[in-house]
Design a protein around this ligand. Structure first.
Ligand code: VGL
Length: 211
């Protein structure tokens, strides 16, 4: 039984012991090819992310999977917002990609659930009704490995918030792809993250180092 301090009765097969965690951002159907807001080659990050998820489980790291979980009346959508309708709660487009190999014991972080919010950062999200930061602190997590979609929006905002909150942040560069609404957005995002103290690494580097 974990999360009992939160007054939540849930049995989880897995209690994280490491002071690092993996954060997988928005690997949802609508952000993958064929979805409502497809990120070019977004599905290519699933294979390395699956290796990272498996690596995290073996090393007793907790795994958090964020998801956009918007109400249909979200201001985030056109015409008030910038985006076509995507990742509407309880629709197939909002489901995690079926090739993503996570476990039922991993933590799903829902964000963008308020019609007023964009929910770009996973730190705006909640798991088991608790803010992500609170749960990470409960698990004594100090270091985050982050990857997913999209580099220039949700990944960037999550990494910047994580740095503001004092986490050591490693971006898994091979596990990210950008929207690139304007050419160069990806490079700008990487630059902003680097300036905020985000360190860059890759799946291979992390897994090889642990061997
Ligand atoms: C995202 C654009 C709009 C993302 C979400 O997941 O990066 N991008 N909503």
């Amino acid at each position: 039984m974990i999360l009992d301090n939160f007054g939540i009765s849930t049995t989880k097969a897995f209690e994280p012991k490491a002071n690092s965690a993996l954060l997988v951002i928005d690997l949802q159907n609508d952000f993958c090819p064929g979805g409502a807001l497809p990120v070019a080659n977004g599905d290519q990050v699933i294979e390395p992310l699956n290796r990272m998820i498996s690596h995290a489980h073996k090393n007793e790291q907790s795994v958090f999977l964020s998801r956009d979980w918007h109400p249909l009346n979200a201001k985030h959508f056109k015409p008030t917002g910038n985006w076509p309708i995507h990742c509407v709660e309880d629709t197939p487009g909002a489901e995690f990609h079926s090739s993503l190999k996570y476990l039922g014991s991993d933590y799903v972080v829902s964000k963008g659930t308020d019609p007023e919010e964009n929910g770009y950062s996973a730190f705006e999200g909640k798991t088991y009704f608790r803010p992500l930061d609170e749960v990470l602190r409960y698990f004594k997590v100090k270091k985050l490995y982050i990857g997913g979609l999209a580099t220039d929006y949700c990944v960037k905002n999550t990494c910047l918030d994580a740095r503001k909150l004092g986490y050591i942040v490693y971006l898994l560069t091979d596990t990210c792809r950008a929207v690139n609404q304007k050419p160069g957005d990806e490079a700008l995002a990487l630059n902003e993250m680097a300036n905020a103290g985000v360190k860059f690494t890759t799946t291979d580097e992390v897994i090889d180092k642990a061997r």
